[in-house]
Write a protein that binds this ligand. Structure first.
Ligand SMILES: [Zn+2]
Ligand SMILES: [Zn+2]
Length: 96
């Protein structure tokens, strides 16, 4: 009797690490996506609350060009960064 081939077909729907069905191109399901973005925002809020860049310790400042955009005072080109600040590329986004 021929061996039954156990074909483990990958189901047409891909699944997230949590077991929920996710869109094929997404890295995770929507619930996990939401959770990850909440965590990201919480982290950003915590950083902004300190008022200090976690990368270099210089002051953070808000960039009013976009809602919730915070940058190190050393962010950007000479002339854009705060006078006397050393160059730093840290930036983060909060919800508001
Ligand atoms: Zn998930
Ligand atoms: Zn910095």
């Amino acid at each position: 009797m021929a061996m039954t081939t156990m074909v483990m077909t990958t189901s047409a729907r891909s699944r997230c690490g949590c077991g929920a069905v996710k869109a094929k191109d997404a890295t995770r399901c929507r619930a996990c996506d939401r959770k990850a973005s909440d965590a990201r925002y919480a982290e950003a809020e915590a950083v902004v609350t300190t008022g200090t860049c976690p990368a270099c310790g210089q002051a953070l400042r808000r960039n009013l060009a976009l809602t919730g955009w915070w940058q190190c005072s050393g962010f950007g080109a000479e002339g854009f960064r705060a006078p006397g600040a050393s160059p730093c590329s840290f930036q983060t986004f909060t919800r508001r």
